[in-house]
Design a protein around this ligand. Structure first.
Ligand code: ATP
Ligand code: MG
Length: 361
């Protein structure tokens, strides 16, 4: 069993509380992604699991073993970092074999492991080359290979793709997914890239400021964000947010210019004595045509039109509120327009408590 469990884990660096009471269970064989903005404590969390940092308080288990006092080399984990620093004077083969030699594996065992790993990563033809004779993507494969030859129960990845160019990142992303399918180890993967998080994770933990805001499958995080932070962090372009006012059982938008239609599932927004509520709508839930009963029209000013080929991103102004709309319905006149009516699909609207940021709907 290679479940990884963090119980009430806290890590302080003098006055910085990098990890604030994290509770997290990564299931055996699960691909779990830790995602969040820079400085939120992702690497620290990973380094705690690896044993490269010690907990200020709390417990970490790998399988059934409490590992707090077990040294990194005895934790049955492999870690891949962003700077994958291969040994420059060694061939690919020797880079792969090095860790096993240090652990005093016998020669045949090493040869078998190295060849298996090379096969999985499709680097067999590169075995005699030195790192500088490899492309960035090939080097990254060797770095992954170095981790998988050890056949550990748990892999820890810290932004392993962030040094690669955009195209290669996408290729390696699918490679990593395939490798996980094949070897079925438990993986904890750190990234600040939400696309990587969404595409790789069985579940993703969205972190901010040393805390986990939400831990769910990518779809659940996207469709039902736990709070405004998660809603704004996951999704590109980001969700649009507006301040709205509640008065006499109605929700008003843009200084009472519009009163929004309330549908049944929004009724609890009106309960209590709230006077304000934050409304969120994803760019793809703003439409150029009315397609349903609960599509609410908004008059907007067009600021910028970005044509991406398969989709168009419109940067708009509704009163003083900025608004982004993502659509596939491109037509050339769009670029000439100053004003436009867009339709909010009220069925897809989210509401967040103004003070706590927690999701109401
Ligand atoms: N050794 C250290 N000493 C003091 N503070 C540290 C140390 N390591 C990390 N921190 C602080 O802890 C917080 C979390 O850092 P961490 O490296 O875990 O963030 P991160 O989420 O990995 O960010 P990034 O996406 O930029 O890599 C930051 O405020 C950082 O400055
Ligand atoms: Mg980091």
């Amino acid at each position: 069993m290679a479940e990884v469990k963090l119980k009430n884990v806290i890590k302080k660096f003098e006055d910085v509380e990098a990890v604030k009471n994290i509770n997290l269970t990564v299931k055996d064989g699960e691909f779990l992604v830790l995602v969040g903005p820079s400085g939120c404590g992702k690497s620290t969390t990973l380094r705690l699991v690896a044993g490269l940092e010690s907990c200020t308080s709390g417990e970490i288990f790998i399988g059934d073993t409490l590992v707090n006092d077990i040294s990194p080399k005895d934790r049955d984990i492999s870690m891949v970092f962003q700077n994958y620093a291969l040994y420059p004077h060694m061939t690919v083969y020797d880079n792969l074999a090095f860790g096993l030699k240090m652990r005093k594996y016998d020669k045949e065992k090493i040869d078998e492991r190295v060849k298996d790993a090379a096969e999985i990563l499709q680097i067999t033809p590169l075995m005699d080359r030195k790192p500088k004779q490899l492309s960035g993507g090939q080097q990254q494969r060797v770095a992954l290979g170095r981790a998988i030859v050890r056949d550990p129960n748990v892999f820890l990845f810290d932004e392993p793709l962030s040094n690669l160019d955009a195209k290669l990142r996408v290729d390696m992303r699918t490679e990593i997914k395939k490798i996980h399918k094949k070897i079925q180890s438990t993986i904890i993967y750190v990234t600040h890239d939400q696309t990587e998080a969404m595409t790789l994770g069985d579940r993703i933990a969205v972190m901010e400021d040393g805390m986990i805001h939400q831990l769910n499958s990518p779809i659940e995080v996207y469709d039902s964000p736990a709070d405004k932070f998660v809603a704004g962090f996951i999704g590109s372009p980001a969700m649009n947010f507006f301040e709205t006012n509640i008065d006499g059982g109605k929700i008003y938008f843009e200084d009472k210019k519009y009163s929004l239609p309330i549908i049944e599932k929004h009724e609890n927004v009106l309960s209590g004595d709230r006077e304000k509520v934050t409304m969120g709508i994803r760019p793809e839930d703003l439409h150029l045509k009315k397609k349903g009963e609960v599509f609410f029209p908004l008059e907007v000013k067009v600021e910028v039109v970005e044509t991406m080929g398969d989709e168009v991103i419109l940067y708009l102004l509704a009163g003083n509120d900025k608004l982004t709309c993502k659509t596939t319905q491109y037509y050339p006149e769009l670029e000439q327009k100053n004003k436009l009516t867009v339709f909010v699909d009220m069925d897809q609207v989210h509401f967040f408590d103004d003070e706590t940021g927690k999701t109401l709907v």
